[in-house]
Design a protein around this ligand. Sequence first.
Ligand SMILES: Nc1ncnc2c1ncn2[C@@H]1O[C@H](COP(=O)(O)OP(=O)(O)OP(=O)(O)O)[C@@H](O)[C@H]1O
Length: 308
Amino acid sequence: MQAIVSVQNLRKAYAGGFVALKDVSLDIEEGEILALLGPNGAGKTTLISTICGITVPSSGSITVGGHDTQTDFRAARELIGLVPQEINLEPFETVFNTVRFSRGLFGKPRNDALVEDILKQLSLYDKKDSKVMTLSGGMKRRVLIAKALSHEPRVLFLDEPTAGVDVELRKDMWDVVATLKASGVTIILTTHYIEEAEAIADRVGVISKGEILLVQDKADLMTQMGQKQLEITLSEAVTQIPQSLQSYGLDRSEDGLQLTYSYETTGERTGITALLNDLQASGLQMKDIQTRQSSLEDIFVGMVKEQA
Ligand SMILES: Nc1ncnc2c1ncn2[C@@H]1O[C@H](COP(=O)(O)OP(=O)(O)OP(=O)(O)O)[C@@H](O)[C@H]1O
């Protein structure tokens, strides 16, 4: 199956010479939700802007729905909806007209029924005659999404859709994204929030210093890269780890009451049985044991640190 968005060897050097994207290649499949995760200045916005034709690439090629974004810009752009980071709406315009005019800008014939459907999908219908200035921040963000959907794009880019949005509204936005996916739209979103990628993405791309470090199925990523920790609480503090337990690479807590053992979730043998036997043989008394699975956050922090 041909990817709906295909980025090949993309490089972007800004006018001052700063290289924001270095040889980025990425295929996005129709119908998926891809979360691009990366620290500030990683190049996420540059990547999105270049795909959307707002930023001119220095080299490389991009196709959307098979159309080259440079030689066949109009056809490619028509398939894309872009929700920018900044809220830039006309304050005195009504919600309905804001969305209707956006459709017009793409040269699409007026279709009030469609605009109404989009507003309903985004729970904005009862605000359709309200002026934009009277809406809450979260609703304004929904209007931005409605605008981006007004010309019926197949791919929707959301640049930090929940930046500065409170936890409840963030969850709300995730529901909106899920609804859009169900309607067949391919979604690419950038985020700083790892929990966001964890909650809604099918695949996760990690970008740092202008390079894509990986793009992988979220669930695979979590099992492959995930480590589990076995936390052992002792009845009495130890000042040092006994010689017989040295090979396990245990971490001792400052108070000496806790030993932590890390193991790969994919490994054939975890080494837990042997560790527990050796612990007992060493005479240490265990009070409690519990396991902890590493989160996407641990994986991400580890990767970006490794690159630094
Ligand atoms: N017009 C520009 N001219 C020069 N440098 C730029 C320009 N736009 C962005 N940059 C630089 O390119 C790098 C990547 O910026 P970009 O906005 O793509 O990162 P980002 O991953 O979206 O970051 P954030 O999460 O902070 O939005 C940054 O170092 C930024 O300063």
